[in-house]
Design a protein around this ligand. Sequence first.
Ligand code: AMP
Length: 543
Amino acid sequence: MRGLMQDYPLTLQHLLWRMERLFARKEIVSRTEQDVHRYTYGDLVERVNRLAMALHRLGVREGDRVATLAWNDYRHLELYYAVPCMGAVLHTLNLRLFPDQLEFTIRDAEDGVVVVDRTLIPVLERVADRIPSVRTIVVIDGDGPLPERIRGEVHDYERLLAAEEPRYPWPRLDENTAAAMCYTSGTTGNPKGVVYSHRSQFLHAMCVLQADSMGLSERDAVLPVVPMFHANCWGVPYAAGMAGSKVIFPGRFLGDAQVLVDLAEQEGATVMAGVPTIWINVLQILERTGRRLPRVRSVLCGGSAIPRGLMEGMDRVGLRMIHAWGMTETSPVGSFAQVRSWTPPERELEVRLKQGAAAPGVEIRIADLATGEELPWDGVAFGEIQCRGPWIAAAYNRNADPDRFTEDGWLRTGDVATIDPDGYLAIVDRTKDVIKSGGEWISSVELEGAIMAHPKVLEAAVIGLQHPTWQERPVAYVVPKPEFKGQVTAEEIQGFLADKVARWWLPDEIRFIDELPKTSTMKFDKKALRATAEPLAAARSAS
Ligand code: AMP
């Protein structure tokens, strides 16, 4: 017997309807160069209609790819809605990719239109003569001279919108239509395209709203400190639209902790989201100045493991971090580390430092690294995380790297973790970063967390370097807090670690540096560290 329910398509057009009918008065605030720009969801929907009219006039049709090279602001949000809702596909370009990779992603996606912020034109110019599919450029903040080296038609975003009526005849879309695409950050090989559908984004947004996930509601003011090109800005733009939350965009100031603190305070942020490096810097300011952000009820954090010292520090200043795990391929929400009703208070911190339990809709298992067999949830056995669910990729664009998907329909994530009897993941490492010493594994993530708990340390990254006897040994790159520069020694760090990790885990060398290289999504760039690392002293003397 079939169910007798309506086959209502789960598309992002439903969100447009909610924003217009239920939340027209709610605010969207964007930090500009000098000030803030402020308007409402009502204004947003009107401009989304004009934008769709303009894109249609420029020749954009269902299935066409429209790329963006833009900061976190209201114009980017307009594109997030107009492009998918007209049946086209939004491709958010990663503005920090190397030119070769940027070129690769534009060609792989076959972008026809690129909407670029004026300040980012130099990024596009670097690849301008190598992207033949692009025939139209739309410039945001287009006043001033137009790009010289860029071929094709060039239009000004505001002028396009002003010339149109706010009445787009939205087509009826199948819920499995492609809505958006993001490329993995490509730490090895070329980036791979993940193509999200309307259905996957709709269900993902509903998941983000759940109380045991991010719990976003109409009463929240959310400040996403995640680039809008990174895994759909963690789903915040659509989840906020569905819930009617106020949104606060930091413009191009994502890396400026002072701006973030000011903006959160002035605009009454209640939820913030971003990778650990952002919060390391925010915490520094709060501790130094004594300022606090009492209205913020949670700071969602993922992208890399939250070091214990950071979570403790944030607790001290009244900011509760919620640890989450995910990746571009998982839209990105995979798990949340909310504390269970049965967790005793003395174990809470330990639980919150794990990467959490599978979000509703996502199934997770771990598989033995050698045999691929499923492993028990005993908190000890570690293997590769595999997952499946309605917002997990089933394949990459053009079927790239098919081995990342198992025959029985699971995504191989490349992350190594244990799962405890309560179902909480604890990431041990990336398969590529775990250090193999004398046939045993050392978790670079755990060592980093232990080093960053040292009161004089700001950041630390650990990599494995070749060793003549042990195959690989850990080396730690450590950035002291500015006030302790030159005042912390390798012996001090080793002594600090002595009762925190096994003796054979102690790094062979501690190397102090001024700054760690970061990836395009603000994570420690271990690939760059490895590429430029001096060999171990033991390896040098052996050769
Ligand atoms: P991306 O696709 O750029 O978002 O990167 C996803 C990767 O970031 C995952 O495969 C993990 O290796 C890492 N990651 C994400 N969240 C966490 C977390 N909470 N703890 C540790 N690593 C994480």
